[in-house]
Design a protein around this ligand. Structure first.
Ligand code: ADP
Ligand code: ZN
Ligand code: MG
Length: 476
């Protein structure tokens, strides 16, 4: 019997507003514990929340970007539960009448594009953080994060594999970064994902019992946790045992999941509209103001890169996955109008350095002028592509001018035809047996001759020119 997985993701993104959602405290990460806290975000009796308008602006950006329907009136609700990092004993969230419903995010896996539907996007406040000191043992609570604005984005159960789940998360991260509303850092918790997963016999219409997975702070963990959980559930079904609806935690050390608690239902939270906050009316003028500020989005940019620069889909996808990288590409092409060559360089040499350092291109000292200059030097035959690759890490690291480096290092390629011809003649006279092979029809040995010339010139010969000269000499 064949099974298929059904997956729906609940993603929380921390918004990059200056202040918290319902008070004036700073929403920035990294302060001393409890230095960003006030009576409102610590839930003191008599204090009242006031909505930060910027949070709605940011939420609208995302809603518009994914084509969701924006509710003309949305309402905040109290979601009750007890936890030491939640001083009010309820979280202000949205339940009925969330900010937006519907919309979709398009992903690509194995060359196939697919739309993952969205259920809803709502605004809510983050909880604080517990810090456990195992040595004493004692637990502390830090309220700096309490009241930091979050958007929760709930997908339809349209995802069918761990790969699709990761593609969805990456795409969502790309979108929130394009929009400038969230830094998308999973390790630091500014983008968090709970994964709901069930399995069912392939071809069945009905959904199986789902399990919710928590505690995954990287794409890799999401993929591993889902893979393990799908296998575990199929194992149960094959043994005729039921899957229990519950919340499970991923353990990155073992790559397994274990039960954390039984599933809570919506009614356990005793949701009701928060009487301290008025309903939020979002009129057309507000929506249009936000729409007018939207940047070109990744899917549109991708299509345009293919159309305008003649790039393959693969290149366009990679270059537009990051807005700064896409903009860097366009700047390079203005200076060196050969898009495919620029793309190749960015996708190999530049991405290698960026991935090594885990950086975005705008966090480095590299300038489009550097890349364009280097590609020009190769194009003009001044240096070989090998030499360009050799000096690039230094250009990247120090921001050095490539033309100067080439002079300093004596990397200028030998393009003096007479000088190269002398070396070619030398190589041919030293290797009469290979010359015979060539004359007998084994044209491939030309590669060997080119290699010898390169060795004698310590890599400085212009290989294209060497090839031409050798061919001429051998055909004579
Ligand atoms: P709950 O009320 O348990 O929170 P929701 O209907 O709100 O469930 O859905 C939460 C998430 O779980 C959504 O992302 C949804 O797509 C997903 N989901 C719902 N049913 C299933 C299922 N049978 N298998 C996998 N995911 C599911
Ligand atoms: Zn506060
Ligand atoms: Mg739910």
């Amino acid at each position: 019997m064949e099974f298929e997985a059904v997956i729906g993701l609940e993603v929380h993104t921390q918004l990059l507003t200056e202040s918290k959602i319902f008070c004036g405290c700073s929403a920035r990460f990294g302060a001393e514990p409890n230095h960003h806290a006030c009576p409102v975000c610590t839930g003191m009796p008599g204090s009242l929340p006031v909505l930060n308008r910027r949070v709605v602006d940011f939420a609208l950006r995302l809603a518009l970007a994914v084509g969701a329907r924006i509710n003309p009136v949305c309402v905040f609700a109290r979601k009750h539960y007890f936890y030491p990092d939640l001083p009010k004993n309820y979280q202000i969230s949205q339940y009925e009448a969330p900010l937006a419903e519907g919309g979709a995010i398009e992903i690509e896996v194995d060359g196939k594009r697919k739309k993952i539907g969205l259920v809803r996007i709502h605004m809510e406040e983050d909880a604080g953080k517990l810090v456990h000191d195992e040595a004493r043992p004692v637990s502390y609570v830090d309220f700096n994060r309490t009241g930091v604005p979050l958007l929760e984005i709930v997908s339809q159960p349209d995802i069918r594999s761990p790969e699709e789940a990761v593609a969805y998360l990456k795409k969502l991260r790309t979108i929130v970064r394009y929009l400038g509303i969230c830094d998308g850092n999973m390790e630091e918790g500014s983008l968090r994902c709970d994964a709901n997963v069930s399995v069912r016999p392939k071809g069945s219409e009905e959904f199986g019992v789902k399990v919710e997975l928590k505690n995954m702070n990287s794409f890799r963990h999401v993929e591993r946790a889902l893979r393990y959980e799908i296998k575990r559930q199929i194992g149960l079904l094959l043994e005729g045992k039921p899957v229990v609806q519950e919340t499970r935690l991923f353990d990155e050390a073992t790559g397994t999941t274990h039960s954390m608690r039984g599933k809570e239902e919506a009614h356990d939270y005793r949701y009701f509209p928060d009487p301290d906050l008025v309903p939020v009316r979002i009129d057309e003028a507000w929506i249009e103001r936000v729409r007018a500020e939207l940047p070109e989005l990744p899917d549109v940019k991708r299509e345009r890169f293919m159309r305008e620069y003649g790039l393959p889909a693969y290149d366009a996808e990679i270059l537009t996955a990051s807005r700064p990288l896409a903009e860097f590409f366009e700047e390079c092409v203005k200076l060196f109008p050969q898009p495919k060559k620029v793309s190749n360089w960015l996708m190999t040499e530049v991405l290698r350095e960026l991935n090594r350092e885990g950086k975005e291109i705008d966090e480095t000292g590299l300038k489009p002028e550097h890349v364009a200059e280097l590609l020009k030097l190769v194009d003009e035959g001044v240096i070989s592509i090998t030499a360009a690759k050799k000096i690039f890490p230094e250009v990247y690291a120090t921001g050095a001018d490539p033309r100067k480096l080439v002079e300093e290092r004596g990397l200028r390629q030998e393009s003096d035809e007479a000088a190269l011809e002398a070396v070619c003649r030398e190589v041919l006279s030293e290797n009469p047996a290979e010359v015979e092979k060539y004359k007998a029809g084994k044209k491939g040995v030309i590669g060997f001759f080119v290699g010898q010339v390169m060795r004698k010139t310590r890599g400085k010969a212009n290989p294209k020119l060497v090839n031409q000269i050798l061919t001429r000499l051998l055909e004579e």
